[in-house]
Design a protein around this ligand. Structure first.
Ligand code: HEC
Ligand code: HEC
Ligand code: HEC
Ligand code: HEC
Ligand code: HEC
Ligand code: HEC
Length: 407
């Protein structure tokens, strides 16, 4: 009975491993497909939008595999055979001729199609100026390898359990030791060496755990890719546009806003080309607000889509940070906390944003008691309390009280 039970479990794990390798295989295919796509198709096709040819995301849902193979190998021949779909799509694209790919193998084509199937089908086409859909690729490989390793370990354990069970029944054990080489054999037999190995593994594990825990929540240097290649260096640096022109919230309120696309349009209605990216990046602003640069006017009835900027600085919900308190009352420059933003092509998180960082500055920084309208009343009282010339730090006005920074 018992033996059959462990056998069955081994079977289940074996099938799991098979499924895993299959997942691996398709992941690999899509990867190969991506390179093939970039090398052969990307000049005329994108996945998410129309270029010279149609968007190819989700194409395997629209056409069957046989048709796709025939089309990709030789689209002219397929049309010549009188295939209605082939003739229709050719006419839809005003007779633009797609290159024939007789040299791509069936496997290559399957790989390319696997890649196109990885992303969801393209949304209904926006204006011809471009769309801002961003394709995010997830990489599961590490996770899969980890899972595979854990399963393998389980199998080894199961085999050992199975052997032990056999021994209990009084049968001669199929001795694992016999297969092992001499070094591991002596090692496994020696309890001291086993203890040593266990300790080393435990120490490494604890050290890694410690490192990982230390990093939790600290996101310094975080620099995500943004939907539009917006350069602070070009705008705030080279063109000297004031931070407050766009982040007008920082002076007045808790949040420092990210400007809406309409703020960009104040200038980009007329500035239609950039020095490094030409019209490519600026056209994404137009796609968001529905502006036709050729006509110089907004497209009527267009549903505006906000630009999905990726947030960089983000304190956990338990803490309270107020910009105007620091910028207006405290008289601090943006750069004190955000670094030389006007030199950054892409913004990154300059400061650690940990509690220690806030608290240290509050301990060291003197409150600017003069010329400070924001907290005039409170500052007046402080001057009375500590005397006019005292060095009043933020700590002294309550900057280390838990309740000031925590809800
Ligand atoms: C020189 C430009 C060009 C290249 C390179 C190109 N295509 Fe095309 N493709 C087109 C055009 C244009 C169409 C639209 C039909 C037409 O005009 O023939 C099209 C149509 C298609 C279609 C049919 C889409 C539909 O909606 O039915 C598929 C599938 C396709 N291409 C796949 C590929 C693949 C895969 C590659 C790379 C191996 C590739 N194309 C390379 C220009 C190109
Ligand atoms: C022309 C408009 C504009 C100007 C001028 C500008 N910014 Fe920005 N800023 C943006 C946009 C758009 C984003 C969001 C995209 C990004 O992160 O690059 C942003 C993002 C940021 C962020 C990161 C926000 C987050 O997600 O955490 C900081 C910090 C920042 N700006 C600081 C500054 C400072 C400091 C200045 C002046 C030196 C400045 N900005 C000038 C438009 C502007
Ligand atoms: C106050 C005017 C102003 C505002 C507001 C403004 N820009 Fe610009 N932008 C410029 C100028 C000036 C250039 C550079 C043009 C040149 O040098 O040819 C530029 C260039 C660009 C470029 C092209 C970059 C390159 O190197 O090719 C992009 C993309 C861009 N801006 C995005 C934005 C976005 C997104 C916003 C809104 C968050 C915005 N701009 C707001 C003035 C502005
Ligand atoms: C005392 C340090 C400090 C100063 C000075 C400062 N910031 Fe911030 N900034 C922060 C912190 C902390 C966050 C994260 C806030 C959060 O997640 O709630 C932040 C977030 C931002 C964001 C993202 C949006 C938001 O409000 O969370 C922008 C944009 C920004 N700052 C721009 C500016 C600009 C522009 C200035 C100057 C006018 C400025 N900051 C001055 C610390 C500072
Ligand atoms: C670069 C220095 C600096 C950093 C970093 C800083 N602060 Fe401050 N903070 C100040 C100054 C200066 C004031 C005093 C403003 C004034 O004059 O009233 C202040 C005031 C405050 C106050 C009001 C205190 C009171 O009693 O009125 C709070 C709350 C606060 N900061 C929270 C934070 C938090 C949360 C962080 C970290 C995310 C932070 N600060 C990071 C400089 C800093
Ligand atoms: C000057 C502002 C400030 C003061 C004062 C402050 N905190 Fe914090 N605290 C923060 C910020 C900001 C975070 C978020 C830090 C992060 O995400 O790494 C935080 C995080 C925490 C956390 C979450 C654990 C962690 O480290 O991320 C705890 C618990 C906490 N604070 C307790 C307290 C207590 C208790 C006090 C009073 C003795 C206090 N804080 C005073 C700003 C402050």
């Amino acid at each position: 009975m018992r033996k059959r039970f462990t056998d069955r479990i081994s079977h289940i794990f074996l099938s799991l491993i098979l499924v895993l390798t299959a997942t691996f295989a398709t992941a690999q295919d899509a990867k190969a497909g991506k390179s093939l796509f970039n090398a052969n198709c990307a000049a005329c096709h994108k996945l998410d939008k129309k270029l010279i040819g149609p968007a190819l995301a989700g194409i395997t849902e629209k056409r069957d595999a046989e048709w796709l193979h025939a089309w990709i190998k030789d689209n002219a021949a397929l049309r010549a055979s009188g295939d209605a779909d082939a003739i229709a799509i050719f006419e839809e694209y005003n007779g633009s001729v797609m290159t024939a790919f007789p040299n791509l193998s069936d496997e290559d084509i399957d790989n390319i199609l696997a890649y196109t199937a990885e992303v969801p089908a393209a949304p209904v086409a926006g204006p011809a100026t471009g769309a801002e859909a961003v394709v995010v690729e997830e990489d599961n490989t590490v996770f899969l390898i980890g899972l595979g390793a854990v399963l393998l370990l389980l199998i080894v354990l199961l085999v050992r359990v199975k052997n032990t069970l056999k021994q209990v029944k009084g049968q001669p054990a199929t001795n694992l030791m016999e297969d092992a080489n001499i070094i591991t054999r002596t090692a496994l037999k020696n309890p001291r060496i086993m203890t040593l190995i266990t300790i080393v593994i435990a120490v490494i594990f604890l050290q890694q755990l410690f490192l990982a825990l230390n990093k939790v929540g600290v996101t310094q240097d975080y620099q995500p890719e943004q939907p539009i290649a917006f350069s602070h260096k070009l705008h705030a640096g080279d063109n000297q546009i004031d931070c407050n022109y766009c982040h007008y919230g920082a002076r007045k309120s808790m949040e420092s806003n990210i400007p809406s696309a309409n703020v960009c349009m104040n200038c980009h209605m007329n500035i239609q080309e950039g020095p490094t990216t030409g019209t490519e990046e600026i056209s994404k602003i137009y796609a968001a607000v529905g502006f036709d640069p050729e006509a110089g006017s907004y497209i009527e009835g267009y549903e505006q889509k906000p630009i999905k900027w990726v947030r960089i600085h983000d304190l956990p919900d338990l803490s309270y940070f107020n910009h105007s308190q620091h910028v207006t009352a405290g008289g601090l420059d943006c750069q004190t906390c955000h670094g030389p933003v006007e030199e950054m092509e892409e913004v990154y998180q300059y400061s650690p944003l940990t509690m220690g960082w806030c608290v240290n500055c509050h301990r060291e920084t003197k409150v600017k008691v003069e010329s400070n309208d924001y907290y005039t009343e409170m500052h007046e009282k402080l001057k009375e309390k500590y005397g006019k010339d005292a060095n009043i730090t933020v700590e002294m006005i309550g900057g280390l009280e838990c309740g000031k920074c925590h809800y």
